[in-house]
Design a protein around this ligand. Structure first.
Ligand SMILES: [Zn+2]
Length: 664
């Protein structure tokens, strides 16, 4: 591809990926699969690098930059004020009365906007391009978190429409509840502290030092305010929201023009009714005087503007009594204490159990069996105990103590350093076995129809299945004696288990349930190591050479494959026909099988990425540092220290032409 063609393709890819991105977030129907998206993104990244075609608004900029050690402080030219909160109809009416009195007439209108429970951020655009993203901080000064903000797909990197050269935008960054629940359950399983609510998860994420991690968390943003340099006093909030929309920002559809305060009350009532059905958390309605010229007259107090207030919905909490604290055993042995509650109606559902997260959390809140407690839905999904309702000390039960043994199998519980969770390390512990099997069959893993909680429970209880390979040995005759299992459904079950043999390597890898190996990490690993052998042989250094893999994941992968029973399990699964190789690998040669290469210097014709690809296609591996395990150093011009090290260690050094000979 010459540079002219490259330029064309790059521009084509950028347009396509931007469109796909918009469709993914703004419309329900995605333009392409995640896989295609990733592949095109990879192609774009490669072309940009090879032809030095960089641009700050390319979609590749969204994947995260270099980690920063400390965020620089920025001063907000226009302070980011917080709003006064109101909790009743009367207080809202009081606000309206103050506005009318200060203005001396009632020719104003209101804009009502849904209030999202997230984190306020400030964006600055210079020449139509994102130049700065900052936190609110104390309202006057915040942190420059531009690298993290760039990863939010709802934040346009460059503006569209007829936009002015310079402008500022304010928005609310937040996490959808489903994403929050998923993030928290992964953290709980990993023994990490969980976030109390989506707002904390958002704030915690945006303050991470590593944009790559931020990019993996689905933070979203609604824009709600626009600051322009011109002095157009005739502008209204409504017009500004429309402009934001035109410039490419995501603006919440739940906004309403209200000629007077009565209409505001109607909106509050209406939104309060359906807010439970929204995918994100809202905690109220923001009411703003619509006309900019009146805002100026109304001004502000030291803390808050006089032209806007927030009306807060009543929090969804309920009081209940804990009649017992039970312990749940997760897939990886994590013990989670759970409060068994007297049933209570909360946000439209009956709640009987609430997570207590971990021992520390129980001790911190001093929660005991028998206590009356306030229960809340975190992210309106998982109920949790907020705190204990004050009661007389002598009537309370004993403080909670974590037992020393697993409640399910009696093994001694252990707590690893740096972790808050206790775990049962018995691999055969029944709830662990059940949860592993459920995970194996789950949608993101091998997606086996019909293997859900109830079926897994029966299979394990009847001693039909205890390992993954057992699933593939099930026959219709094994299954028909089970409850609610006719001949036909047994046959269907066997068929759907059989069909999972066609699932790609990355899905199998995820299904194995290795600690810290989620969907994305599994995909990255399957790409870097196209067969299970390559992965099993990979040392820590090679694992760390994969972009997304840090020491924690590398350690977990290594220790999984080091266990002999896991090696045996994989051997059996492979015999049973599951896929343990990436497609690309299957189509290539094995001329370099088992050989490890290190690349150094500039090769005469091949780009480094091309050489790496050729090595992998032919069954070889590349690593970044020369060691005794290195078979060949492929050296080009201006090779440096790696070449010297290769000579010292006696590693064979080859030139590009010799390399071509090897794979011919
Ligand atoms: Zn156990």
């Amino acid at each position: 591809m010459n540079s002219e063609q490259a330029r064309e393709r790059v521009s084509e890819l950028r347009t396509l990926l931007t469109k796909a991105n918009d469709a993914y977030y703004q419309e329900a129907a995605p333009l392409m699969s995640d896989r295609e998206y990733d592949q095109l993104m990879e192609e774009l990244r490669r072309l940009e690098e090879e032809h030095r075609l960089f641009s700050p608004d390319s979609p590749t900029e969204r994947v995260g930059g270099e980690p920063t050690r400390e965020f620089p402080t920025v001063t907000h030219p226009v302070p980011m004020l917080s709003l006064s909160n109101t909790y009743s109809r009367e207080e809202v009416d009081d606000f309206d009365r103050r506005v009318r009195n200060l203005l001396g007439h009632d020719n104003y209108s209101y804009m009502a906007e849904l209030k999202y429970d997230g984190m306020a951020i400030r964006l600055r655009y210079d020449n139509g391009r994102l130049a700065l993203g900052a936190t609110r901080g104390d309202g006057t000064q915040g942190d420059d978190i531009t690298a993290n903000i760039r990863t939010i797909r709802d934040v346009p990197l460059s503006l569209s429409g007829n936009h002015p050269q310079e402008l500022e935008v304010r928005g609310e960054a937040y996490m959808e509840m489903a994403a929050f629940a998923k993030l928290n359950s992964a953290r709980e399983e990993n023994g990490e502290t969980v976030f109390a609510n989506p707002r904390n998860a958002t704030a915690g994420t945006l303050k991470l030092q590593d944009p790559n991690t931020v990019a993996r968390r689905p933070i979203r943003m609604f824009a709600y305010d626009l600051l322009l340099e011109d002095d157009n006093r005739e502008r209204t909030q409504q017009e500004k929201l429309n402009m934001l929309d035109e410039f490419g920002f995501r603006v919440c559809e739940h906004r309403a023009m209200c000629p007077g305060i009565e209409e505001v009350h109607k909106v509050i009532e209406k939104w309060g009714g359906f807010r439970k059905d929204l995918p994100y958390e809202t905690d109220g309605v923001v009411i703003k005087v619509n006309e900019e010229r009146y805002r100026e007259i109304l001004g502000q107090t030291a803390k808050a503007p006089r032209w806007a207030i927030a009306y807060k919905f009543e929090a969804e909490q309920a009081v209940s009594r804990i009649h017992g604290i039970t312990l749940q055993v997760g897939r990886l042995g994590t013990i989670t204490p759970v409060a068994e509650l007297e049933p209570v109606l909360l946000a439209g559902t009956t709640v009987k159990r609430a997570t207590l997260h971990n021992e520390e959390e129980i001790q911190r809140k001093d929660i005991r069996a028998g206590d009356r407690v306030i229960v809340e839905k975190a992210g309106d999904i998982i109920p949790q105990v907020v705190n204990v309702v004050l009661q007389e000390e002598e009537k309370r039960g004993e403080p909670f103590r974590m037992p020393e043994e697993c409640p399910a199998c009696g093994s001694k519980l252990v707590k690893l350093p740096d972790e808050v969770a206790w775990r049962c390390t018995n691999n055969q512990c029944p709830p662990q076995v059940r949860n592993r099997l459920e995970h194996f069959a789950s949608r993101d893993a091998l997606d086996i129809d019909g293997v859900g909680e109830a079926v897994v429970d029966q299979l394990v209880t009847n001693n039909l299945v205890s390992t993954f390979p057992d699933l593939y040995r099930l026959t219709v005759d094994d299954l028909t004696p089970l409850e609610r299992m006719g001949e036909k459904s047994a046959a269907n079950l066997v068929a759907s288990i059989g069909k999972s043999r066609e699932k790609p390597f990355e899905k199998v890898l995820y299904a194995l349930g290795i600690r810290f190996v989620g969907v994305t990490v599994a995909r990255d690993l399957a790409r870097a190591f196209p067969s299970v052998e390559a992965l099993m042989e990979a040392g820590e250094e090679e694992l760390l050479a994969v972009d997304a893999i840090g020491p924690r994941i590398a350690g977990s992968v290594r220790s999984f494959f080091e266990q002999t029973e896991n090696g045996e399990m994989i051997r059996q699964l492979r015999e049973l026909g599951l896929t343990f190789e990436s497609e690309e690998k299957a189509a290539a040669s094995d001329k370099l099988a088992g050989k490890t290469f290190v690349l150094t210097g500039t090769l005469p014709t091949l780009k480094r990425s091309e050489a790496k690809e050729l090595i992998e296609k032919n069954g070889g591996k590349t690593t970044s540092t020369v060691s005794k395990k290195t078979d060949f150093v492929l050296a080009g011009d201006e090779a440096g220290s790696k070449l010297e090290k290769a000579r010292d260690l006696g590693v064979k050094i080859i030139q590009e032409n010799e390399f071509f000979e090897m794979i011919k």
